[in-house]
Design a protein around this ligand. Structure first.
Ligand SMILES: [Zn+2]
Ligand SMILES: [Zn+2]
Length: 331
């Protein structure tokens, strides 16, 4: 494993995975801002990751882009690179590297739970697994997202005289929440904050049916939002923007909503435990299924997962990669 160093640099081809500073050659696992940075010379990523990077940072956010489809190996000077779906957001990839008969798989951010808004996770076997650990503690067990959606639908019935203002991350989670509602038969217009518009449009263009969406606040327009759903980035919930909604039910969709303290602090009345990251059971089952004997943990709650691996006779260590947003506040 000496051919990939702790900065996630693939030494023989001088290429970095998700570098947080501008480099000559970068492989980007997905378009969340803590993984995809502008300013690289050459970027290798999936089509959706490249398109979303361009939407967010501009057409010229890297000098050259090269698309790589899932499941189609690319040989770069003796290093074989293959992308497999990570199930995290649209376009998110695991990166399998093969060099001189050694196989290393990088999960990037991932989840195994089914998601109708992205390509679903595929297990990959390897010698070394480099995994995230955002929710790397046994207390983190995400419930079935349908149970959480039912809570929201019941609340809409019980509090039809109040707007339901829900904090969601703009890329991936917003679209997934909308799709989960649509799958439950909720066909009313869903109102969105302007910051969610471009990415929602991109998902729709990509063939993901999100039903009827409308911008929540249009200047000079007065709407009655009672019993309606409004989605906004978590930061907007605390801003003057949200003051125009009268007596809203505040909600927040996040894996962190299992930590009661966090829900309380953010004055969330209706916490929805819906996450785009693997929970403890998914993290550990993926380690088992990978058949890897060597585990490296990139970011998140690393210690517990390293300990769990060592107890099972696996080699494991924490990389403590800086700059990843392990609060889970994905943007
Ligand atoms: Zn992410
Ligand atoms: Zn991340």
């Amino acid at each position: 494993m000496d051919w990939v160093n702790k900065h996630l640099q693939i030494v023989p081809i001088n290429t970095f995975i998700d570098p947080i500073f501008p480099v000559e050659n970068a492989i980007i696992t997905h378009a969340h801002a803590d993984h995809a940075k502008p300013g690289h010379k050459n970027v290798l990523a999936t089509k959706h990751t490249i398109k979303i990077m361009k939407i967010r940072y501009g057409e010229n956010c890297a000098n050259n882009f090269q698309e790589l489809s899932f499941n189609s190996p690319l040989n770069i000077n003796g290093v074989k690179v293959t992308f497999f779906p990570a199930g995290h957001i649209l376009g998110s990839a695991q990166v399998l590297l093969e060099y001189q008969k050694d196989k290393i798989n990088f999960t990037g951010d991932f989840k195994i739970t089914k998601d109708d808004t992205c390509e679903n996770f595929r297990p990959v076997t390897c010698d070394t697994l480099v995994t995230e650990a955002t929710f790397g503690l046994p207390i983190f067990q995400h419930p079935d997202p349908e149970v959480e959606i039912n809570k929201l639908i019941n609340s809409l019935k019980n509090f039809s005289n109040r707007p339901h203002l829900i904090g969601v991350y703009a890329l991936g989670q917003a679209q997934r929440l909308i799709k989960l509602l649509r799958n439950k038969g909720y066909d009313e217009t869903i109102f969105i904050h302007g910051a969610l518009e471009k990415i929602c449009d991109y998902y729709i263009q990509s063939g993901i049916n999100l039903g009827n969406l409308s911008k929540a606040l249009i200047k000079g327009e007065k709407k009655n939002f009672n019993g309606k759903i409004i989605l906004a980035p978590p930061s907007a919930l605390k801003s003057t923007w949200s003051r125009r909604f009268i007596d809203p039910i505040l909600s927040h969709a996040s894996g962190w909503m299992s930590v009661k303290q966090r829900a309380k602090q953010s004055l969330v009345e209706l916490p929805l435990l819906i996450s785009d990251h693997a929970d403890w059971n998914e993290l550990t089952s993926n380690i088992n299924n990978s058949l890897a004997k060597n585990i490296l943990v990139t970011h998140g709650r690393e210690e517990a997962l390293v300990h769990w691996c060592k107890k099972r006779g696996l080699k494991a260590s924490a990389l403590s990669i800086q700059g990843r947003d392990d609060s889970g506040e994905e943007i």
